[in-house]
Design a protein around this ligand. Structure first.
Ligand SMILES: Cc1ncc(COP(=O)(O)O)c(C=O)c1O
Length: 683
């Protein structure tokens, strides 16, 4: 049996209370226990009427968590009474009532886009409660337009529309229109009609108090079809099919499928803010921003709207020889925020392709410059630049690299700084970053063969959030200039505020020759990447058609307009909401709280740069002895954390925290507490 219905309307004063009362009455006639809730009331006496009809005796804090005296929109009524509406409080009351009754009828206030606060609408409350809606349509002039608009909004927000109930709340309406309107609304919107309530003169004359009289409903209740309200949607059956098929059909990346098949799959159905909801309705904090991409939370209204608005124009057209509006506009915006000197934007779809493109551009650049021997790359141990053959060739993580070694092109490699386990046994800053000497030695010897050096600036992400000592990046840049090697900054993970500045290169005022961006460029909405370079590099590719200097590279979905529209909305949010300024306090808070982790017996090092955090677990703290791969320590800890409703994904023995930038302090606290407890539990 369905457990709850939300009664909304195409407008205020449309008959929601009549319909709610009628549903309650009808259910009770069938001996179905029925609770009622009016989460927000602004003026009026709806809640008294519903209480009397249902004859339930629950405290006001449950059935009506927010009652305001003025008959205004909730945002204004609550502002005047200086009481903020908290969706979580409503949600808790809702859960309590839902447990008590077979069916809970929840009556909204006004329609779906009635504002609850400056950034929430009634539709957000419905989403939080996760209930199907019945739309009450006032059968009067304008009904078609009002109901189709309401239905469109409901669909846009992904609400389940159980059906429509038409309420003739005006006596004067032409018989043809009375018959035609419901049919055309239902047909155009593909929505079921659940009932028709005729004009009730007595309400007009005596008011809503009549609703509390039982005999009043005799006529109405026959006109409401309860079948769909009581319909059992069998979620358990659907969920079982989804889980079985996930195990049997979907091959998950970076996942040992033998283990996966033995676990209960966690399948995500929805996200809101920093939380993800699984198909069973459980909410989890998204502690890794859905693999380091989400910035402003899931279902961020401005990005949702930008995406939908772009869908209504065009979803894709090629960039091969054509332009499209969002890709041009996004390039313009990126030009304003990326390090000065980077001014040519080559789009693709993901971090690996952004890197492939950077490598090919660097290689071809030197070919055009007639320096044909400069055909190799210089990279760092522990580097990660993606999973395609080219990007793995410049990667430095053995686990991902070794198997494919015969397929890869050879690159020069030098040790990257890893101060916790310094290979020179030195300590920063006394070391004066001596590890750079190895890099310089190699450049002295081989710079004539090297087209470009590639690195993850400031933080080597996939290696375990290993942070470079201050000054390292700047000196690398000086060396690349000195030895005429292009520098590729792979900001796929570090870009878009992750380190506390828009781009990690900005910490040391470094302008690379080529920069790769992906992941958070769309704030976690759609795949998009861009490889950015300088006028100097770009100009080497210009020539007569027959010279064949063209950059022969391009992906089908390059510069996809939907993704670029999300990218633009993302950057607008950065500006409008002053994201980087707001982040500063959260970074400080994170920094303070992370210190406690060092009290744990197996936490070797806690590394943090902005919102990129790595907690390295060690078997023996004194001796810095690592855990064995087979011990699966990272996986065990994150599984324990998952049970506490936080999603994390480790990098080997390092527990990674990388929440959306929009996370609140309370949510951050929860993330830290759960992580701490999870590590302690497994230790
Ligand atoms: C620094 C860096 N470069 C490249 C990539 C590859 O990006 P994608 O997974 O989008 O191909 C990643 C992914 O984590 C990364 O961290």
């Amino acid at each position: 049996m369905r457990r709850a219905v939300f009664i909304t309307g195409t407008d205020t004063e449309i008959g929601k209370t009549v319909v709610s009362a009628a549903i309650i009455h009808t259910l009770q006639e069938k001996n179905i226990s029925c609770g009622v809730m009016k989460p927000i009331q602004c003026g009026g006496d709806d809640i008294q009427i519903l209480k009397e009809v249902s004859q339930i005796n629950e405290p006001p804090s449950l059935i009506n968590p927010y009652s305001f005296s003025k008959p205004f929109s909730p945002h204004l009524a609550s502002k005047l009474e200086k009481r903020k509406i908290d969706l979580e409080k409503i949600y808790r009351s809702y859960l309590t009532l839902k447990e008590k009754y077979q069916v809970l009828v929840v009556e909204g206030a006004g329609g779906l886009l009635v504002p609850i606060s400056k950034d929430l609408f009634m539709v957000d409350l419905i989403k939080r409660l996760n209930i199907g809606i019945i739309i009450v349509v006032g059968l009067r002039v304008g009904a078609i337009n009002h109901s189709l608009l309401t239905i469109e909004i409901a669909k846009k927000y992904g609400l389940e529309i159980i059906g429509l109930i038409f309420n003739q709340n005006q006596q004067e309406i032409s018989p043809i229109s009375k018959e035609d309107s419901p049919l055309i609304i239902s047909k155009l919107s593909q929505t079921k009609i659940l009932g028709m309530i005729p004009y009730l003169e007595v309400l007009e004359k005596k008011g809503n108090q009549e609703l509390t009289k039982r005999e009043f409903f005799k006529e109405i209740t026959k006109k409401i079809n309860l079948k769909y309200i009581l319909e059992d949607k069998l979620p358990a059956k659907r969920n079982k099919i989804l889980k079985d098929r996930d195990r049997s059909l979907v091959w998950h990346p970076f996942t040992q499928m033998k283990d996966y098949q033995e676990l209960e799959p966690l399948i995500i159905e929805e996200g809101k803010g920093c939380f993800l909801k699984d198909i069973e309705g459980n909410w989890y904090l998204d502690g890794i921003s859905s693999l380091w991409v989400n910035l402003h939370g899931h279902q961020k209204r401005e990005i949702d709207e930008a995406l939908i608005s772009q869908v209504n124009k065009i979803s894709h057209s090629t960039l091969l020889g054509l332009g499209n509006v969002p890709s041009v506009e996004l390039a313009g915006k990126l030009l304003e925020i990326t390090p000065q000197g980077l001014s040519k934007f080559f789009y693709s779809d993901n971090g690996s392709t952004a890197v492939e493109i950077a490598l090919k551009i660097a290689f071809q650049y030197w070919q055009h410059k007639k320096e044909v021997k400069k055909n190799k790359f210089l990279t760092f141990y522990n580097a990660y630049h993606g999973d395609t053959i080219g990007s793995v060739s410049v990667g430095g993580i053995d686990l991902f690299y070794k198997t494919f070694a015969p397929l890869l092109f050879s690159s020069f490699r030098v040790k990257a700084p890893y101060c916790y386990r310094c290979h020179l046994n030195l300590t920063y800053p006394d070391c004066q970053i001596s590890c750079l000497q190895e890099l310089e030695d190699l450049l002295v010897k081989h710079h004539q063969e090297i087209s470009a050096l590639i690195l993850e600036p400031i933080v080597q992400g996939a290696a375990g959030m290993i942070i470079q000592p201050e000054g390292f990046l700047k000196r690398v840049r000086e060396l690349t200039k000195k030895y005429q090697v292009l520098m590729i900054a792979d900001e796929v993970a570090t870009g878009f505020g992750r380190t506390g500045k828009m781009f990690a290169c900005q910490w040391e005022r470094v302008v690379p020759d080529i920069m790769c961006l992906a992941k958070s460029i769309t704030a976690g909405y759609l795949p998009l990447a861009v490889t950015i370079t300088t006028e100097e590099v770009y100009h080497a590719f210009l020539g007569e058609y027959e010279e064949k200097k063209t950059f022969f590279h391009g992906h089908t979905y390059t510069g996809n307009p939907l993704a670029c529209a999300c990218g633009l909305a993302n950057l607008e949010i950065f500006e409008k909401e002053k994201i980087l300024i707001k982040l500063e306090n959260k970074i400080k808070f994170l920094n303070q709280e992370l210190k406690y982790f060092l009290n744990l017996e197996h936490v070797g090092e806690v590394r943090q740069k902005g919102f990129m955090v790595g907690i390295e677990l060690v078997k023996n703290k004194e001796l810095k002895i690592p855990y064995h791969f087979e011990e699966k320590i990272g996986l065990k800890v994150t599984q324990a954390i998952r049970k506490k409703r936080v999603i994390l994904r480790p990098l080997g023995e390092t527990i990674v925290l990388m929440p959306p930038l929009s996370i609140s302090k309370d949510e951050l606290k929860f993330l830290l507490e759960v992580t701490y407890d999870g590590i302690k539990e497994v230790e």
